[in-house]
Ligand binder design. Sequence first.
Ligand code: FAD
Length: 824
Amino acid sequence: MISSRSSVDVPASARIVIIGGGIVGCSTAYHLSKLGWRDILLVDQGPLYHNWGSTSHAPGLIFQHNNSRTVCQLAQWTVETYREIASRAASPAFFQVGSIELAGSRARAEELKRKFGNTKAWGLEAHLIDNAEIARRVPVLNTDDLFGGLHVPSDANVNAAVLGEALARAAQEKGALSVFDNTPVLGIEQAGGRVRAVVTARGRIRTDLILCAAGIWGREIGRMAGVSIPLTPMQHLYARTGPLAELKGESEELRHPIMRDQDRGMYYRQHRDAYGFGYYGHLPLPIEIGSVPRKKNAAMLPFTPEHMAGAFRAANHRVRGLAQAGIDHSFNGVFSFTPDSQSILGEKPELRGFWVAEAVWVTHGGGVGRAMAEWLDQGVPSLDLREVDITRFPPHAGGKRFILERSSQQYAEVYDIIHPLDQPRAGRNLRVAPYHNRLQALGAHFFENTGWERPRWFESNRPLLEKMVAVPVRDPWAARNWSPLCAAEHLACRERVGMCDLTPFAKFEVTGRNALPYLQNLTAKNVDQACGKVVYTAMLDERGGIKCDLSIVRLAERKFWIITGSRMAFHDLAWMHRHRPDDDSVHIADLSSTYCSIGIWGPQARAVLARVTDAAVDNAAFPYFTAQPLHIAQIPVLAVRISYVGELGWELYAPTEFGLGLWDKLWEAGQAFGLVPVGDGAVDSLRLEKGYRAWGADIHTEYNPFEAGLEFAVNLNKGDFIGRAALLEARKAPPSKKLCCLIVDDPAVTLMGKEPIFAAGQVIGYVTSANTGYSVGCSIAYGYLPATFIEPGNRVEIYYFGNYHSATVSSEPLFDRINQRMKS
Ligand code: FAD
């Protein structure tokens, strides 16, 4: 048992206080202790073994596969952690029985092929198996109506409470951890934007670091600290049968693989001679946010059989003898769901020292503990955690209604077949451009991004299709959330001129006497340029990984604009604030909502702009990669001569209230030049054939600029900057991998990203981005390949829905290699 101290006062101080002794708190303490940390204090409001939280009643199924590479890696680390600690557990708690995902429909069988591709890409062994093999592995199963399954041999079933206890005990035995149970946290003290102390029912603990691992109470702890943690507690029902005749005499605790029958919303596990099952088929049952009482049964509510009626039917059908065995035990546990169903990890930017590891499944608890420990210890995690980073949420995601609606949708769809471009239904139309009604009138098909409604394509462009040669027909999966209008808009932009809504871009203004040295330290290129110059570069982390890529415009001696993508605006802003000096020598203003932006791109862009401004916009007066203030009609605009599509053009920034007028002026002027509205679907294929990287897909913290082909965005001679030392070290040897451009032999095959890349039967990488290059007439994919494969002409194969498609490594970019069009 963990030695815990319920009867003495808590110590006066600790290096870190972990709130919550569930699997996440215990795992983080364990991994911190492995990194040499001491003076770790873990407090829990209840007893630890059989804690009050979700860990004590989770049936503990671990399916490692996830569409997200990060989340799958966290699960793989989890299995490693649990396997490592299992021999020290008080009772058997780790059963590596494997898993089978059942295909209950032809669509699911196709989806399993996609998942199989993911497992290859993410380095997880898996096999597509037929019904006979399923029946061989699980004889109690009715397989008549199945279409095969996906088998992952290393998946496991665990007793998370027992493993959690073993993890905490291992940390205690190192002398690293003290555990105080029956010690509720009542408050968090802070001063100057930093954590100072944790107040518990048994005393105050001075500390600079808190990890909130409080499970369904996470939001309450957040409230004590004055920060929002966007999660909602959600009810989840589970039932266990009596002994099954077919399992009579079963001696081993667990032998059968864990299973999912997602077409029926079901998952199953064996309990020696019985079966257990959980269900996602009923309507979501969220609990009023912020009202979880601080008591034992808060995470265990009365079982409501009416919500399980569908589950009983499905289970009776699937597991032979289940009806006769009856139900022996059932319960309604509570766990956390978030607006995008991912965990919430990291430090809250507005309160230094307040770290969060919330909404983490048992499946990821071991790995999250490792990632958190690394992050706390080294300042940056080795794994790209952007998809689970707490800074990914915009402020509106803290609202109760948003959390409830989005999280409920996530619960309802947790077992659905989700296309990577499927859009959320809840929480829409929250952030719209000032010319939104114009976009609507043009038949914009909107995708959502951090609350913004962004046009993907425009129905008004349909007549363009009549003049086009045939657009390659996409397979049904690639054709979802796509329109041939993306191709039409792409070509119109290349041939004439396109107008694109860029309002969601993040715009940060950096001013102050130390603005320049601050940015020199934060970015990889020399930003000490003449006023009006634009620099494309990256912010790196200490490991040299790409934290974000950005354009910097110098507007005055001590005034710069930083322009980055919208998706990770708050992530980028948090990084900037983290490195801002404590004094008042640098000011950062978020102007993202203050300014709207329109891109006007294409060979006729200059002609359009010249019609609406008196300013000279020829090449000599307004060179490439510069910015100038000018007026469009009577509208003050900052014009920045850059484009993400590889064409002559400008990004035009105006105060938001002028946005509608700006759209109308440009629109009117453009008619003579064949201007069309262009959505993000076209922009993605335009940027890909020009070789422009997309942050989050092609570049992120696991890659440095040399690997990513962004050497030109770095200047190692400019003086010191964050990540420089790591880059200097990296430069000592050629990169072991490089981002490469691949052309798929069959131009009609469009990949979606994440597909595994093979050479000589071995996986050598995965697709980071893919699309059709409508100007260059081929199917393009990008991916990191080992150095031995990067030579143009090398042949590889890419697995997509059961087929291997040949592709060739190509030099890049495929379009306008010498940047003639941008500089024209
Ligand atoms: P918890 O285990 O809830 O621990 C949080 C701790 O924080 C608690 O002990 C609590 O007492 C403490 N705490 C809270 N507030 C305070 C305070 N003010 N002061 C001091 N201490 C405090 N996951 C899987 O991966 N696979 C499954 O098969 C699975 N099945 C599930 C089935 C059910 C029915 C349920 C309910 C959950 C299931 N889960 C499963 C989810 C999983 O159980 C949880 O996601 C996981 O256990 C959360 O662990 P945790 O450490 O974050 O939180």
